[in-house]
Design a protein around this ligand. Structure first.
Ligand SMILES: [Cu+2]
Length: 494
């Protein structure tokens, strides 16, 4: 790695510490200025419903060589593979993850979608110490949330390497209703094939500074994957798009029998790519988003932003069927193959007609009965204005980058409403740590989520309850947007 990257990453971490220091709240062990400290975090942990089961898990970040369709690529990953092996636990388990960093740089692990204790959230400089090369950290927390979740670093651009893996939390009351389960992880891939993530960011900044960025680099007007002509999906064209770490010329084959019902657990681990997903010849019956059950909805195609998860049940037909994810506004495809009998495999470029259907997004979903937050008027209403541009390459929340952010605040027990307004020409997946929110009003029909794709020039209001004290990141889940500042915090205050 270049010295420039190391320095930039250090600055990235220090920016958080600096911003915290100016709050002047009571300090706790790690130099953290959170106004609601360790005792509140411990009390919240003690109050979490627990199965009493302890689950010891191990995780190692390391440099690995992987095969991408016949090309040997060196990247960073969890364990031996991309994605890393899924971790699994049951809601209410106390999970202890012995993490070891064998990367040449400091890293961190964020448990995306799990509303766990703040000091285990894995954000260096805010919640959890970074893990030095050769070092380790034991994460120790009760997992409250069943569903399809995942984990990744919260350090620089590391997510745009191979550092991601599913974290599946089983619901002991789930009646199932399916014969098999497939985890489907989508990603946009450059490391070792195209430019490095650091070079991509350098290029985006240079193009932005020279004026050649000026909106154009992000305006992929082809709209080939979008089903909505001209939709601006991201800033970066990637050489490869992957399903479960495999490119289209070497797809994974998922085997089952005709008539079987399979639960797909779909995770978008991409850094700069929204995908539209379809299974050729099949409808998808969407049952969950971000781990929470929804009223089931049948759709031909599903749009999924970075960080979002959807579960869908499919009843399989007889044959061979591409499961295809098209990058919105970009050229290329990601795919796996579903095989229930003999049949011809369509060409790698084959686009199922289902991709042409209007894709389902979270705003078309309703939360399942019992999934809503208690109906309640908000005690505090706060705005998040998403701004920025390609030239200069700067992305902001409330007009500020993270190093100058003015955190949102809330008191423990309050109901909060976040009004998110996107004033840019591209969608941003906004992610809140440590909580789920309800789209629309608490007690309404909207689904519960932790990541919401806010349309270009659109707005979304979400309600949440301050039941997990600490300092929590609120940020765009585009890796490059977050790296240049599209992050803020929600700080509990007394
Ligand atoms: Cu963004």
């Amino acid at each position: 790695m270049s010295g420039v990257l190391t320095r930039r990453q250090v600055l990235f971490g220090l920016a958080g510490v600096g911003a915290v220091a100016t709050l002047g709240g009571c300090s706790r062990g790690g130099g953290n200025g959170v106004a609601v400290g360790p005792s509140a975090i411990a009390a919240a942990e003690a109050a979490r419903a627990s199965t009493g089961q302890i689950r010891d898990l191990a995780l190692r970040a390391r440099k690995v060589q992987i095969d991408l369709g016949g090309r040997t690529v060196t990247t960073w990953a969890y364990g031996d593979s991309v994605p890393g092996s899924a971790l699994r636990a049951t809601a209410g388990d106390r999970v202890r993850v012995a993490f070891r960093n064998d990367l040449p740089e400091p890293t961190s692990v964020h448990w995306h979608g799990l509303a766990i204790r703040n000091d285990m959230d894995g954000v260096p400089g805010v919640t959890t110490p970074e893990v030095k090369p050769g070092g380790g950290f034991t994460f120790d927390f009760v997992v409250p949330d069943s569903g399809t979740h995942w984990f990744h670093p919260h350090t620089g651009l590391q997510l745009d390497r191979g550092l991601y893996a599913p974290f599946i939390i089983d619901d002991p009351t789930d009646r199932g209703g399916y014969d098999a389960e497939w985890i489907v992880v989508l990603d946009d891939w450059t490391d070792g094939v195209g430019r490095s993530p650091e070079q991509i960011l350098t290029d985006l900044k240079a193009a932005g500074a020279s004026g050649s960025g000026n909106g154009m680099a992000g305006m992929n007007m082809g709209g080939s994957g979008s089903g909505m002509g001209g939709m601006d999906g991201g800033d970066v064209d990637y050489p490869l798009y992957l399903v479960n770490g495999r490119p289209t010329n070497d797809p994974q084959t998922l085997n089952a029998k005709p008539g079987q019902r399979v639960r797909l657990r779909i995770i978008n681990a991409g850094s700069d790519t929204i995908f539209t997903l379809a299974l050729s010849g099949h409808d998808l019956r969407v049952t969950h988003t971000d781990g929470y059950p929804t009223t089931p909805v049948t759709t031909s195609a599903l749009r999924i932003g970075m960080g979002e998860r959807y579960d869908a049940v499919v009843t399989l037909k007889d044959g061979v069927f591409p499961l295809v994810a098209a990058p919105v506004g970009k050229t290329g495809l990601a795919r796996a193959l579903v095989r229930t009998s003999s049949g011809t495999v369509p060409a790698p470029t084959y686009r199922p007609s289902e991709l042409g259907a209007y894709p389902l997004t979270a705003d078309a979903l309703q939360g399942a009965p019992g999934s809503a937050l208690p109906k309640r008027d908000p005690d505090t209403v706060q705005d998040l204005v998403l701004g920025g541009s390609m030239g200069p390459y700067v992305w902001t929340i409330n007009g500020r980058t993270y190093e100058n952010t003015v955190p949102l605040t809330i008191r423990a027990g309050q109901a909060g409403r976040l009004r998110i307004r996107n004033q840019t020409m591209m969608p941003h997946p906004l992610h809140l740590h440590g909580h789920t929110f309800q789209i629309g009003a608490a007690g309404g029909s909207g689904p519960r989520k932790d990541t919401v794709l806010v349309p270009a020039m659109g707005s979304v209001a979400v309600d949440m309850v301050a039941d997990n004290p600490g300092q929590w990141m609120v940020h765009c889940h585009n890796t490059y947007h977050a790296a240049v500042g599209m992050m803020t915090r929600l700080d509990y205050v007394t």
